[in-house]
Design a protein around this ligand. Sequence first.
Ligand code: NAD
Length: 378
Amino acid sequence: MTSSHLGLSFRDQGPIQVRAHRVDSYTVDVDEGLLSGLAGLLTDVLDRLESPDVVIAVDTGAAEYHLGAVTAAVLSTGRPFQVVPVPAGEASKSPRGLRALHRALHRHCASRRTLLLAVGGGMVCDLATTAAAGYMRGIPYALLPTTVLAQVDAAIGGKGGLDDNGAKNLLGAFHHPAAVFVDPLLTGTLPERHVRNGLAEVIKVALIDDTDDLFHVLEQHPDQLPTGQALTGIVRAAIAAKLRLLAEDPFEQGDLRRLLNLGHCIGHPYEAATGYRVLHGEAVAVGMAAAAAHAHLAGVTALDERDRILRLLDAYRLPAVLPEAMRERTWEGMGTVRRVRGGPLHLVLPRTPGHCTVTDDLDRASYDKAVSELAARP
Ligand SMILES: NC(=O)c1ccc[n+]([C@@H]2O[C@H](COP(=O)([O-])OP(=O)(O)OC[C@H]3O[C@@H](n4cnc5c(N)ncnc54)[C@H](O)[C@@H]3O)[C@@H](O)[C@H]2O)c1
């Protein structure tokens, strides 16, 4: 039978419209001591997904402290499981690391229903998200983030990334998890520098969305890092704020993404200029300070609001000054971003906690003025 027998003429018709919508729905559990109840939470997820087995991809740095408890929880679910250690360090978040993880999944006969459980910081969360998106065209995965940065940021939003050709997150995919399990107690084994690093992203999100008065809460802990229930409250509020910002735009295509870029326009090129020797949150802190300084110079924010932001960065011993030796290379890096995007940078400027403004760009004179002013601070 030809198309004409059906009364259809393909030649007469326009393009065939295809709509392929998918709604992903999952929970983010946040609880101090959640690890002790992980078996029950995992069982629910495994039952819902009808997953026969689990592959645990664990960062070797996190494994040292937490793998025993995680494997005990998975054992209690009654599902067979395998452990795949992922060497600590950003180098594993690469096509090579991806290939190693895919090879391990294949070796362990992972099926389309196998649950991939990632345990570790942002590196392993990004790697596992990307690996789960690609393996057999998509398998379910869950995240158990163990760094503050991963708990408040990298594990939230279903965004995977790999570094390639010297560019960060050049490859990757959006692939939402089946569940995210957040236990702030797990971050107790982190070096202090990594806790501060994660808190920089908390300060960022508090400047964008302050529904839970998060900025003020952070100001209550000036001399000591939050722990226990205080940390749990902060992590929970930061996650809720990020999810509120993503709710309308889960694939980060619109303007909301711009707000989450606060501190990144300058911070990201700075981080790259140092060869990633500064941590991501530290670079974002420098970027936020520069954005706050420029916001004041441009009349967008008052002096006392700018100082409030700088005081909070100081209180958490986060850097605010762009080192002189990095100024030129950071500016050049911003130029590269403009060229790749084919347009302006869209600098996010903080006004008051919970309120930011987006400006088109930053000219060289304003950039120099803002970073010089910060360098001259006593
Ligand atoms: N997908 C996203 O939306 C998103 C957002 C922000 C950052 N990221 C990515 O996250 C990565 C950075 O994440 P990170 O800062 O967590 O770094 P990381 O994952 O490299 O972890 C930092 C270090 O902490 C160790 N570690 C992890 N958990 C530990 C624990 N509980 N106790 C002791 N040591 C522990 C690791 O072995 C590693 O040495 C970057 O690759 C960045 O691009 C992704």
